[in-house]
Design a protein around this ligand. Structure first.
Ligand code: PLP
Length: 509
């Protein structure tokens, strides 16, 4: 058998055994039948010899791409030094260096008074720890969280995520608030006006003595929702949420598991709005591709008892060394600024693509966290009007009445917020998004899907990519969109879509 055929046979055998032996809950492996054997930077090579540009990057983990030399060197140094690989939460020089580097990157208002809790190694562990921390510190139980959020898969983290409805007896301690979403605005108005209404809603829930919401222990948010469909929160809304929570002594938890370490064009995404959260939840890139998670919080919240949040795997020396190297590299090489410039260039090109193809409903993102929402181009928009209402309907129905400034907005402000063409988002198309992902894979490009309806094609490339690599990614993606757009839905697919409408799709982390 020729080498190539043999390699294909090996790949098929491994994939077949995986399908037969691994859990039905497996995620990425279903859409990406790849058996990676080598990787460097943006590129992954499969056992069959095929090469791919990887814009999934370990679900946004690989700030420096695969196997960056500084990461490999840091790992080798630890291995060669004879240091223990496992050290519970004992002090070590490797950990000391990690904490020093981490604190040097944090918003100054937090860094100066920070405490660091090493928790279990996944993002979801850090979310659990943060929830326990604020509940202990405040003596309160309830948590405010947002529609569309994703914070992980353990019970507490899932309770504060948008797919909490999957949990039996869900949501008893969590109050859900609307997250501002310009394209699918819960108030039907989008833009700054929608964000203002979202903030106003939060305020009224907190101040209305009959809202049914007890004074909460904390509020948790993502500065850019990732798995929820790449939705950047407006800076004005972030600042308003900070004011609302500070005025009511509610600890604000920023989940920067996905947005951190330069991804959005600032080292931490909270820097865009200039706010200082009380608690930050960090994972993914901070471990330089190995598992590591921490909670960083202001010292006056440090009221829990010794052992209140323990765990065996909190001292991964290789991850800390890889993380220190990654944080330092991003800082020294200005990769956050690079992500901002390159990201806005990529967004502009994708927006032009959106003008060409009506099945591209929206293009959005911040830095190198980019999303393209696929929609049913031909469907009857009025039939679907996701989010239900539009501004003109509200105004016509006199919902705002004659009261000037309801929610800080007059009816005239709302009426003209969006162009008529943009008022009704078309129905999300998970079918087209899956087709784009498949077509990308044929062209050697790995992209992630996300969003409420799994209809958002996501790009999370390493922050180290060159201009040429960015062009290659966009060329392949543009080709893939054109190919997917040529595939008309079958009647059965349309029916399936209609059945799925309103059903949420749980997001992989
Ligand atoms: N928080 C956010 C914002 C995430 O995006 C994720 C995962 O994607 C998590 C928490 C959970 O992290 P992990 O999958 O490591 O548990």
């Amino acid at each position: 058998m020729a080498g190539g055929e043999q390699a294909v046979g090996v790949t098929e055998g491994i994939l077949r055994r995986q399908a037969a032996r691994e859990s039905a809950a497996r995620t990425y492996a279903r859409a990406l039948p790849i058996v990676p054997v080598r990787a460097r930077g943006l590129t992954i090579e499969g056992a069959d010899g095929r090469r791919y540009l990887d814009c999934l990057s370990g679900a946004g983990t690989l700030a420096l791409g695969h196997n960056h030399p500084v990461v490999l060197e840091a790992i080798r140094d630890v291995l060669d030094s004879g240091a223990p690989l496992h050290s519970l939460d004992l002090a070590t020089p490797v950990k000391d260096a990690f904490v020093t580097e981490l604190l040097s990157t944090l918003p100054p208002g937090l860094a100066g008074r920070a405490r660091v809790q090493f928790c279990g190694p996944a993002g979801t562990d850090a979310v659990e720890a943060a929830l326990k921390l604020v509940r202990t510190a405040t003596g309160r139980t309830g948590i405010l969280a947002f529609t569309g959020a994703y914070h992980g898969m353990t019970t507490g983290a899932q309770e504060v995520s948008g797919h909490a409805a999957d949990l039996p007896g869900h949501g008893s301690r969590v109050t859900r608030l609307p997250y501002p979403h310009s394209y699918r605005c819960p108030f039907g108005v989008g833009g700054e006006a929608g964000a203002q209404l979202a903030a106003r809603w939060a305020e009224s829930v907190l101040d209305d003595p009959k809202s049914g919401v007890p004074h909460p222990a904390g509020l948790i948010l993502e500065p850019v929702q990732g798995e929820g469909g790449v939705i950047p929160a407006p800076d004005t809304w972030m600042r308003r949420v900070r004011e609302i929570t500070a005025a009511r002594s509610i600890p604000l938890i920023a989940d920067e598991v996905q947005t951190g370490v330069g991804r959005t064009g600032a080292f931490w995404a909270v820097e865009h709005s200039g706010i200082t959260p009380d608690v930050m939840v960090l994972s993914k890139a901070i471990g330089g591709s190995l598992p590591l998670a921490v909670v960083v919080y202001r010292d006056d919240l440090d009221l829990w008892q010794p052992g209140a949040h323990a765990g065996t795997f909190r001292g991964n020396q290789l991850a800390m060394a890889a993380g220190t190297a990654t944080l330092a590299y991003v800082r020294r090489h200005g990769l956050a600024e690079r992500a901002a410039t390159l990201g806005s260039r990529m967004l502009s090109r994708l927006r032009r693509l959106g003008e060409e193809f009506s099945c591209v409903g929206d293009v959005r993102g911040r830095g190198l966290m980019i999303g393209m929402e696929m929609v049913e181009a031909e469907a009857e928009a009025a039939d679907f009007a996701a989010g239900g209402v539009v501004a003109s309907d509200l105004v016509e129905a006199d919902v705002f009445g004659d009261t000037p400034g309801v929610g800080g907005l007059a009816a005239e402000d709302i009426r003209d917020v969006r162009p008529a063409s943009a008022r009704r988002p078309r129905p999300a198309s998970p079918r087209l998004a899956a087709a784009v992902q498949r077509e990308c894979l044929h062209r050697g490009l790995i992209v992630e899907l996300g969003g409420r309806h799994a209809s958002v094609v996501r790009l999370l490339p390493p922050l180290t990519i060159t201009d040429e690599q960015a062009t290659a990614i966009l060329d392949r993606l543009a080709d893939a969109v054109a190919a997917a757009a040529r595939t008309a839905p079958t009647a059965q697919e349309r029916d399936q879509y209609r059945e799925q409408r309103g059903a949420h799709s749980p997001q992989p982390g």
